[in-house]
Design a protein around this ligand. Sequence first.
Ligand code: ADP
Length: 395
Amino acid sequence: MNVLVLNCGSSSAKFAVINPVSGQEAVSGIAQRLGSKHASLDWKRNGSKESRPIPGAHHEEALRAVVALLHELGLADDLVGIGHRVVHGGSKFSGSMKITPEVVAMVEACIPLGPLHNPPNLLGIKVAQELFPTMLQVGVFDTAFHQTMPPVAYTYPVPHEWLEAHGVRRYGFHGTSHRFVARHALTLTGLPADDHAIVTAHLGNGCSCTAVRNGRSVDTTMGLTPLEGVMMGTRSGSVDPAIIGHVSTALKRSAQDVLDVLNKKSGLLGVSGLSNDMRTVEEAAAAGNARASLALDIFCYVLAKAIAGLVVPLGRLDALAFTGGIGENSVTVRARTVELLGFLGLTLDPALNAVHGRGQHGRITTGMRPQALVVPTNEELMIAMDTADIAQSAS
Ligand code: ADP
């Protein structure tokens, strides 16, 4: 019993065939550089990597190539469903949903909120429906986990009509990862399912933190879009919105241009002037590069402030879970962030911090409560599990 997980972005389509019970991946891969003559289908199976050129392929041809590959590998016949990652579900989805024409229309209605992501997500759904007309298709939304936030957490202090007429509110993202990691942290810590206060820190190219009280998101750092919150690889995170007016006047550029810079040329890249990649920034900082050092300092400082801020809705902190490429691998970022949060009762265990991550999970502080820990995320598995749950309840 397997689930095909699809994540269609603007120029790529990631896929994986996963057993939702064992978590085992039969194959995973990516069709990338879509629309260009260098488009390729790359996949990993049983630890070995292969690649096939699909020159000029767009999403439709790429997904056909994926399906042909699944047939070749004998993986197309025991699928129980297809799980699609959908980025923006607005306020319309508070959980994963079987895809019906009504659900497609609701995802279409969320396009103004997720103009870059929802159209390729919808395209993936449409093509998968054509290729597998009788198969269960499920939408798993990045925003859904955060629909439990109370109005005090999701309402911006702006004219209320903006919320009512234009949906201006905090939605939050990375929900599939925060949900998976909070669940796994609960198992690792042995905290009671009906009484826990966890902050999950998803630190990848995009970064966000979520306050999870008894399995429910009660607040999160990303907002209307994934630009808000902590510092990221190329995104600034929260800044004074008046910067947009100021810089657009100073540089004689449109507000949209400045917003593009805040999304694509800020964060670690903007401050260091070197790279959006934490490994490069850490190496340069260690070699004495002052701007890389400053970028790393700001990253950890802003992150620690955000985590501390999320203790307000929780009322206390039982566990802080690090995940994502940086959270799982950067010994430095974890150490510095935990040290900045010492006043909450977290004390780093440097030996545990050095061994955890790199595929291992577990506690990196000396105390049991509160404790900080590393929890590898697996959004694809969460999507596969949701799809299998819906398949089971439908049968
Ligand atoms: P995405 O959000 O695109 O899925 P990832 O979760 O893979 O990205 O995270 C990418 C980030 O993880 C990059 O900034 C990368 O430098 C960082 N990273 C990966 N390995 C390490 C490492 N060993 N030390 C520090 N940072 C790392």
